[in-house]
Structures are given as C-alpha cells and as structure tokens.
Design a protein around this ligand. Structure first.
Ligand code: NIG
Ligand code: FE
Length: 411
C-alpha cells in the first residue's frame, strides 16, 4: 500500500481522536493542534499523525513541511458553480444605484442566468464548471456542495444536475448535489406561481429522484422569491422523494425561512443576514446548521449575519462561499474567513472550525472530513509559513495556501 508522509509540520490544526459532529458556542474558540507534527497517509486516508518524536522513518513519498502549518481542507457547503455566464453588467448597474432586488424584479438576476444557461450546451457548462472546481480546489477546498437553480425548466434543471454528477465522477473532492428548482419563479409564471411549483413537484422532482441526481432540496425562501407556505409545500414534496432540505433563508428580509427550514429538519439554513432572537431560539432547539455567507453580504452591501450573537447564544456556525455569478463571484474560502473575522467578529479559531468541522456537518460528510483524524479522507491544506494562526485571516487577499492534498494526492 502506498504511503505518503508529511513531516516537520510546524503546527497541525484541527486534530481529533474521532470524528466530531459539530463545534458550537464557546467550544468554537478551541482549535486542538499539535506542534512539530507529522501526518501519515495510506492510500487516500489519514493513517496516523502525532508529534515528530513518533514520526515513522520511511514512506513511499515524503513531503517536508518545515515552517508550514497544515489543517483539514475547507468544506464549502454552499455554492452555485454551475452557471453559463458572469453578470458584471448587473454589478455595474448596482454601482450606479440599482438594488439586487430591483434587478430581479426587472427580470435580471437569477432569471438572467437561467436564460443564459438554457441556451448553453451541457458539455460547455461542464467545461466551465470544472474550471471553477479546479480553481476552488487550489484555494484549499476539499469538499463542496453545488446547487442547480439556474435552469428553471425541466430540461435545464436536469441538465445542471447531470453536470454536477459528471463533476463527481471527474474529481476526487467530495461533492454533494442540491436541487434548487425553487430559486426563482420564471417570468411566464408570475401570474400563476402555483403552476411553476406544480412543475417542480410533479415533473422535476420525480425525474430527479428516479435518476438519483440530487442529495438535497433547496428553496430560496425570501422576500420577492418563495413564501413560507410555498417553501413548506416544496420541502414536503422533496422529503417524500428522499431529499433532505438545505435552504436559502433570511437574506433579504426576516422571511420566516429559518423556522420553516427547522420545521422540516433542514440539514442547514443558509445566509441568515436577518436573524433575530426568535430565530436563534428556534435554531438552538434544532439539529440544523446555521450557515453564513459573508462574501455575499460584502458583494451586495447588505447587513452581515449576527454570527457573534449566534455563537454567544450557544449555536454552531458554518461558513461557506456561495460562489455564484450574481451575489458572490468568488470561491475563495480564505477571503470568507477574513470577512467573518472583520465583519462578524468571529475569532480566527472560530472561523477555522466554521469552515472545516461545521461545514462538513452542513453537507453530511463530518464522519470522514473536516478534521485530522485517523481513518478520515486525506484532504488537507498546507499553508505557507504563518507567524500565528491569526495571520491567515489577517492577511486578506494574500494567497497563503501552499500545497493542497486531495485523497492523499498532492496537486
Ligand atoms: O445564494 N440568494 C439566492 N441565490 C444566490 C444568488 C443568486 C444569483 O443572484 O444568481 C445566493 O446569493
Ligand atoms: Fe446561494
């Protein structure tokens, strides 16, 4: 069996004796680490790790990490990396004063992306999405959730989900697929919203389930998009087909999305820029991971989610990029970490927990990813020399990821 040894790691972060479900509340500021460490990889799994005194002498391949730090790869649990075209025209419109919601009301935004995607052949979409996937892997991401939602027709939603299935086959990173047919109501249904919802429920869902194209069902439950009642209707249908909810909630208003997500056992509720005490209480009594996407708040100029308040109340929090052409054209997790520190007052240890263990929970891979633990998949990132852990989020915009290892292979 081939072995790969990483030795002389100055600091090895996020070590654990066994996989952890999640890290919440005051635990989030603890980040277990080992100084002067090694990691031994056998095939694609972590076989052992510890301090250099116990380091094995031989291995088929050796990587010297003197002066560098290592940690589990990022688990980016919320992205939309399958899309046909960028939307910098709308970016300029927003600079000139239009709001994101106004652009959507005029048929731009998600509907603009849907028109472009409907006209784009599957192989072209795959080629573009694969490039984005390669890009985020270089940024240190080792597990990623990818949504549909720019198709909005039977054919194009399935086309997107097939592209995600292809990406799963082409790449070694762990990928989860989410059906987001309820991302927006196409313009021809604006006078009869139920007709589109019935298309999702009666036509898209059965085919997606039959072809096993998705792991989750998502709804954009927010002002101007889907109501709480519509969200409940769609989630119920998805659950019948074995899809667990993972929803977009409270990005544009206090929409009731958190409560409806929790009610239907969502694995995560995401965005949460508008979150009050009632929503925090609701989450505290649940198994749902609140997932925050600060680079969306940054790009749209909307309020940041109250992460500090949520963690201080005892909640876990995950961080993800939301990489998409409209509200976050970036898949760089380290920038998300910097924003979470600067704009949401999370500590460096907290952002690492949020981007590893808690991100893994949000996409149900916490049993084999998210921490350095024997038996886990060997998805790791090695940084350039850091003066301390805080240097990573502090030096925003710098590229401090030195080496990426996916399933035991160095890229
Ligand atoms: O997560 N909020 C809804 N959907 C995406 C953005 C969609 C778009 O503008 O293309 C998001 O921000
Ligand atoms: Fe999103």
């Amino acid at each position: 069996m081939s072995t790969y040894l990483i030795r002389n790691i100055q600091q090895l972060y996020q070590v654990a004796d066994s996989p952890r479900k999640w890290v919440k509340g005051s635990e989030m500021k603890e980040l277990p680490s080992i100084e002067n460490a090694y990691v031994l990889i056998e095939k694609n799994r972590i076989a052992d790790f510890g301090t250099m005194e116990n380091c094995p002498e031989r291995a088929d391949q050796i990587l010297d990490a003197t002066g560098k730090t290592a940690m589990p790869s990022w688990c980016d649990s919320h992205t939309h990396i399958v899309y046909a075209a960028s939307r910098e025209g709308e970016f300029v419109d927003r600079i000139k004063g239009l709001s994101y919601e106004e652009i959507a009301r005029r048929g731009g935004g998600i509907l603009n992306s849907a028109r472009r995607l409907q006209d784009t052949p599957e192989e072209v979409l795959l080629e573009q999405a694969y490039k984005r996937l390669q890009e985020i892997i270089r940024f240190g991401t080792g597990a990623v959730e990818i949504k549909s939602g720019y198709g909005l027709t039977y054919e194009s939603e399935l086309k997107m989900l097939r592209v995600i299935q292809q990406l799963k086959k082409m790449s070694k990173v762990t990928i989860k697929a989410t059906f987001l047919g309820a991302h927006a109501i196409p313009q021809q249904y604006w006078n009869d919203r139920q007709q589109y919802i019935q298309l999702i429920i009666n036509k898209m869902l059965p085919a997606i389930a039959e072809q096993q194209l998705a792991d989750y069902i998502d709804v954009f439950c927010d002002k101007g998009f889907f109501t709480v009642a519509e969200t409940a209707q769609i989630l119920e249908a998805g659950i019948k087909y074995g899809l667990k909810p993972k929803i977009h909630a409270n990005e544009l208003a206090n929409s009731g999305g958190i409560q409806v997500g929790v009610k239907y056992g969502a694995r995560s509720v995401d965005h949460l820029e508008y979150t009050g005490d009632a929503e925090i209480d609701c989450l505290l009594a649940s198994e749902t991971m609140p997932t925050l996407l600060p680079s969306t708040a940054f790009f749209l100029g909307i309020p940041y989610a109250p992460a500090r308040k949520m963690i201080d109340a005892g909640l876990p929090v995950a961080l993800a990029t939301d990489y998409n052409p409209g509200s976050t054209p970036s898949g760089r997790m380290s920038f998300v970490l910097s924003l979470a520190c600067l704009k949401m007052k999370m500590l460096p240890e907290e952002v690492i927990n949020a981007a590893t263990i808690n991100g893994a929970y949000a996409m149900e891979v916490q049993d084999e990813l998210g921490c350095i633990c024997k038996g886990n998949k060997a998805n790791l990132l090695i940084t350039k020399p850091l003066s301390s852990l805080a240097y990573l989020p502090y030096s925003f915009g710098s590229d401090l990821i030195d080496t990426v290892i996916v399933e035991g292979e160095k890229l």
